[in-house]
Design a binder for this molecule. Structure first.
Ligand code: ADP
Length: 151
């Protein structure tokens, strides 16, 4: 693991989010907590992104959000996901041309497991809407580190 250390660090520094992002797993704002739990298992992810009717980022829902609402609450499955998600403008995002290290830094400083990769959406009348185009997770970063070390 010690050889080519300098070259690997240089490559890591130049990596951009857009080249390493994975496909986002999204659910509509109209989904229920039950729908979200099913998606989490079917898609094998820890976090779902919630999109509004225009297809833009509305919220994020994590494992813990779902556990918190589900535990001891028989009626949870039919509740709207919008009641439990973390919603805009509180979502930490990253853009495809930013450094992968910037994504790593945001996940650590904001204590979240993933970031939606977004572009500004051109929604008439709302300049703040974001289109979700990908996902960066702590696994993305771990894979890159392993590849650099084994390369
Ligand atoms: P888990 O809850 O499975 O440990 P996280 O640590 O990612 O997963 O989530 C912790 C909290 O932060 C949850 O309430 C979740 O909704 C919220 N969260 C997750 N990702 C983001 C993000 N990118 N921006 C803002 N909040 C987020």
């Amino acid at each position: 693991f010690v050889h080519k250390k300098g070259a690997s660090l240089e490559r890591l520094f130049e990596m951009r989010v857009g080249d390493y992002q994975s496909a986002p797993v999204v659910i509509p704002e109209t989904a229920t907590v039950g729908d979200a739990v099913v998606s989490l298992f079917l898609e094998d992810v820890g976090t779902l992104f919630v999109i509004d009717a225009a297809g833009c980022l509305a919220g994020v829902v994590s494992r813990k959000d779902l556990l918190r609402i589900t535990i001891g609450n028989a009626a949870a499955a039919s509740m709207p996901i919008s009641l439990v998600m973390t919603r805009q403008p509180n979502i930490h995002t990253i853009m495809p041309d930013e450094r992968l290290l910037a994504a790593a830094s945001k996940m650590i400083s904001y204590e979240v497991d993933s970031l939606p990769v977004v572009n500004a959406a051109s929604v008439p009348g709302d300049p703040h809407k974001l289109e979700v185009i990908g996902r960066i997770t702590k696994t993305t970063i771990t894979k890159v580190l392993l590849e650099l070390a084994l390369d």
